[in-house]
Design a protein around this ligand. Structure first.
Ligand SMILES: Nc1ncnc2c1ncn2[C@@H]1O[C@H](COP(=O)(O)OP(=O)(O)OP(=O)(O)O)[C@@H](O)[C@H]1O
Length: 259
């Protein structure tokens, strides 16, 4: 295994009165594509927030890019692209597609430095990578949900990150758009050799695409190649009756977006 770019060592994270993640030990080597699954409230978003250096461990350690997470500095954080859950971003913000992607350059620019032609080139390259450069002058709000998601992925790519954190990137999209966004993410992983952590509720969509699945329920329940983690006995311990396993597919019957 190559040197881990993310390393949790018996790390516990929480909020006042709540333990969100407990005793997590997990090493992620550079360029791995990891799917993060688990029921609602199992700590998936907390895992992303911890990697971004937004939460210090209550005990144990987390090192990201060879730095203790509580000491991640701006230049390190700029190497971590983050696509938050739908609803966390204002998709009707009155900007063009290119302007939205240019926002991804601000971390690299630092305060007060105006974007240069080079920053613009990097933003356009990111738009090309997600197949959206021809829409660069369109209003962000005029795009479909799937196209907007591509633009937000381009914004994260414009940071020229080494790690990409994606929190449910397909939620709210129709099935065709879900497939095309996941295909794009897989393709970016192969082309750019990025380390990707992708949170999802859609086990079937990612099981054949990720290198490893991490199954959370406050604790790290399982981590390994999809075929090892997706065992009925493991899944039923975590999801209980919420998960129905058919011949081919895993169906989560819980209505997780309306809880
Ligand atoms: N800001 C907060 N303040 C207090 N508790 C929080 C906060 N954010 C999350 N929690 C709690 O931490 C636990 C883990 O939440 P987290 O959002 O990481 O789960 P999740 O797996 O991402 O859930 P979902 O699938 O519903 O998005 C939950 O018990 C949640 O209620």
């Amino acid at each position: 295994m190559s040197h881990p770019i993310i390393r949790f060592d018996h790390a516990t994270f929480g909020f006042l009165g709540t333990i969100a993640l407990e005793d997590i030990s997990l090493s992620i080597p550079e360029s791995e594509f990891v799917g993060v699954i688990g029921p609602n409230g199992s700590g998936k978003t907390t895992l992303c927030r911890a990697v971004l250096g937004l939460m210090a461990p209550l005990s144990g350690t987390l090192r990201v890019l060879d730095c203790a997470c509580e000491e991640l500095r701006c230049h390190h954080r700029a190497l971590i692209g983050y696509l938050p859950q739908k609803g966390m971003l204002d998709r009707n913000f009155p900007v063009t597609v290119l302007e939205a992607v240019m926002m991804g350059r601000y971390g690299a620019l630092g305060l007060f430095r105006r974007p240069s032609g080079k920053d613009r080139d990097i933003a356009r390259q990111a738009l090309t990578q997600v197949g959206m450069d021809h829409h660069r002058d369109s209003a962000l709000g005029a795009l479909s949900g799937g196209q907007q998601q591509r633009v937000f992925i381009a914004r994260a790519l414009a940071q020229q990150p080494r790690i990409l954190l994606l929190d449910e990137p397909t939620t709210g999209l129709d099935l065709t758009a879900q497939h095309s966004v996941v295909e794009l993410i897989q393709q970016l992983h192969q082309q750019l050799k990025l380390t990707i952590l992708m949170i999802t509720h859609d086990i079937n969509m990612i099981r054949s695409r990720v290198d490893r699945l991490v199954l959370l329920k406050t604790k790290l329940f399982a981590a390994g190649p999809p075929h090892e983690v997706l065992q009925p006995d493991i899944l039923s311990q975590v999801y209980g009756k919420e998960l129905v396993i058919t011949d081919k597919d895993f169906v989560i019957v819980e209505d997780y977006h309306h809880h």
